[in-house]
Design a protein around this ligand. Structure first.
Ligand code: SF4
Ligand code: SF4
Length: 476
């Protein structure tokens, strides 16, 4: 019998058991849920031509004789579109000093390291502008970035100068705890169109327990200035200038998923990004006190997401960004520009992190590893290396190889491979090698749980409608 005689013959599919059913996907990046009987028919090639099951399997690109090559290529191209654009995110760490002593970032409180000089800041901006990426985001970070205001102003000025000729889609953003904000800085940032991103871990008690500040309530300061920046953006009619807030989930946070969601909602932030803590850098050292396992995070996530759905189903738009970015992959087969879930990941080819001393790293997480004494992810320096040398440095190559899922035997067989990514810095921090051992590393269990959770929401018409609505907006 030839292949032509077996119309139901499957094509290169991967699967995962999920409860009593199975998830299956081929290279086209279309995920389907099958009952045990349907899965058996797929695996044995016995789906009857003309049956509804046959139609579903064919539409999902799972049947060899019915493969729509254009659709498969389109799906793959869409899901990995960012991988060939060049680094678009450039993180300038203006200082490692900070006036806070956050539980996940302890060492910064001791004031290790110096201030990025004006000259180094300018060199970093010039290096960033050598990227071929049409979109360029310069993100100023610390420690506390506002401690190095002169370097921030100089870098913004140089970026704008260079962009007059380059004409890139340029975004400028400062990541700050807002405790050092004042009227003068506020007016300058608003006037220059530099957006603000701050940390908000939840209600005041939780936030202030995580983000300790000898000067008073970190939460009160953050909320005060968030509101000011929101009002300024509304006054100017500039949605792109709206401030954003990011939460870090510690063990303490796990107790209050609904309270955290309500905090973001009450402030009118329009959504939340429920992210797990990574055991990288300082957080890795503090893991016994603040860390948790994948199942604990997933339980927290489910409860928080349930509340997010209730809010949306009552008619109020409130985006959960982690679900939105996974849904963008699952539903639309698009790259949401989330560098940690790409194959290969965004290390060097999607982002570069410039330390205060001019050293350049694959990403901010690679830089954090160096701050704890291990420069494994260092690419070079803005003072001694060309852009080409940085992008072809051994650490860049290692990350690209280790995060390419075809090179990861466990991932290569995984049903979520078209949508997923792995993190060499996470692997290195937890398991001592950028390749790691994916099944036992924690990252995988987390991603699988998140994909399953979001996919199950997409299978229900009402929650799918909510999430499709999110994908229409700019904020997801
Ligand atoms: S190495 Fe990890 S943190 Fe760095 S870009 Fe890749 S996935 Fe992201
Ligand atoms: S990390 Fe886990 S979920 Fe992601 S592709 Fe690899 S095996 Fe699949």
């Amino acid at each position: 019998m030839t292949r032509k005689d077996v119309p139901g013959e499957p094509f290169d599919f991967r699967f995962e058991r999920d409860g009593s059913s199975y998830l299956a996907a081929g290279p086209s990046g279309r995920l389907v849920r099958l009952t045990a009987a349907e899965f058996a028919a797929l695996a044995s090639g016995s789906a009857r031509e003309g049956s509804p099951l046959f139609g579903r399997l064919a539409a999902a690109g799972l049947l060899r004789g019915r493969l729509d090559l254009e659709d498969a290529v389109g799906g793959l191209a869409g899901l990995s579109s960012g991988a060939s654009e060049g680094p678009g995110l450039h993180i300038l760490v203006l200082t490692l000093r900070c006036n806070h002593a956050c539980v996940y970032c302890r060492a910064t409180a001791s004031g290790g390291g110096g201030m990025m000089s004006r000259g180094t800041a300018l060199r970093a901006v010039e290096t960033a502008f050598q990227s071929p990426s049409r979109k360029l985001t310069l993100e100023f970070q610390g420690g506390e970035a506002l401690l190095n205001w002169p370097a921030l102003k100089a870098a913004v000025g140089r970026a704008k100068d260079l962009n007059r000729r380059a004409g890139k889609d340029l975004a400028l953003s400062v990541v700050t705890n807002l405790s050092l904000m004042d009227e003068e800085k506020f007016a300058w940032l608003v006037g220059e169109g530099v957006s603000v991103c701050t940390s908000l871990d939840g209600p005041a008690a939780l936030h202030d327990a995580n983000r300790r500040w000898a000067g008073g309530s970190s939460h009160a300061k953050a909320v005060h200035w968030l509101k000011r920046f929101m009002a300024a953006a509304a006054r100017d009619g500039r949605r792109d200038a709206l401030p954003s807030a990011l939460m870090t989930t510690t063990r303490l946070s796990l107790k209050d998923p609904r309270g955290i969601v309500e905090e973001y909602r009450a402030l009118g932030l329009g959504g939340i990004f429920l992210r797990p803590l990574s055991p990288i850098g300082y957080a890795g050292g503090a893991w016994p006190e603040i860390g948790y396992g994948p199942e604990e995070f997933l339980s927290f996530y489910r409860t928080a997401l349930k509340r997010v759905m209730e809010i949306n189903l009552s008619g109020e738009r409130f985006v959960e960004r982690n679900a939105a970015l996974l849904a963008r992959k699952l539903l639309r087969r698009e790259d949401p520009n989330y560098l940690d879930l790409r194959s290969p990941c965004g290390a060097a080819i999607g982002q570069l992190a410039y330390n205060w001393d001019g050293d350049v790293y694959t990403c901010d997480e690679g830089r954090m590893t160096a701050a704890c004494g291990d420069p494994f992810f260092r690419l070079g320096s803005v003072r001694g290396n060309s852009y080409r040398e940085l992008l072809t440095a051994p650490a860049a190559r290692v990350c690209a190889m280790a995060s390419c899922l075809e090179n990861q035997p466990y991932c290569a067989r995984c049903v979520f491979k078209p949508f997923c990514g792995v993190c060499p810095v996470h692997n290195y921090s937890v398991q001592g090698s950028p390749w790691g051992d994916i099944p036992s590393g924690g990252w995988c269990a987390l991603q699988k749980g998140l994909f399953k959770e979001v996919f199950s929401l997409l299978e229900r018409p009402r929650s799918r409608g909510v999430i499709e609505g999110w994908l229409e907006g700019r904020d997801a």
